[in-house]
Design a protein around this ligand. Structure first.
Ligand code: NI
Length: 135
């Protein structure tokens, strides 16, 4: 089994808050990420596809194709956007890196033309990353 990774980066704004909680509780749970006037992160996204080698091409998956799928379905919807209010697949969700990873998995899982989606990894800072394997 091979694991092929495509990395993309994007910049996005967000605010972490749960409307069920008071401003004080949100501040306590989310700290600076709950700033009512938004803030941003430079995210790195790694999409891993697992599969065998296609003997006709020598590829597991054509990375040009995978790149375009990620750009069309994810990057165009998140890069330089406000995740809370502009990104269709994040509206109504608390945009933690965990929830972003799950939502990206759901966007991509049925669009991989060869092999299967193995994991979605998202780096919110250099020191924090989150990895989701949907099945
Ligand atoms: Ni934040």
């Amino acid at each position: 089994m091979f694991y092929v990774t495509r990395r993309e980066t994007f910049s996005a704004a967000h605010r972490l808050f749960n409307p069920k909680f008071s401003d004080e509780e949100n501040e306590k749970i989310y700290g600076k990420c709950s700033n009512p006037n938004w803030h941003g992160h430079n995210y790195t996204l790694e999409i891993v596809v697992a599969g065998d080698i296609n003997p006709e091409t020598g590829y597991v998956i054509d990375l040009k194709v995978l790149k375009q799928i990620i750009i069309d379905n994810i990057i165009k919807k998140v890069d330089h956007k406000n995740l809370n209010v502009e990104t269709d697949f994040m509206i109504g969700k608390i945009p933690t890196a965990e929830n972003i990873a799950v939502a990206i998995w759901e966007q991509l899982v049925n669009k991989i033309p060869r092999g299967k989606l193995y994991s979605v990894k998202i780096y919110e800072t250099e020191n924090n990353y989150f990895e989701f394997k949907g099945d």
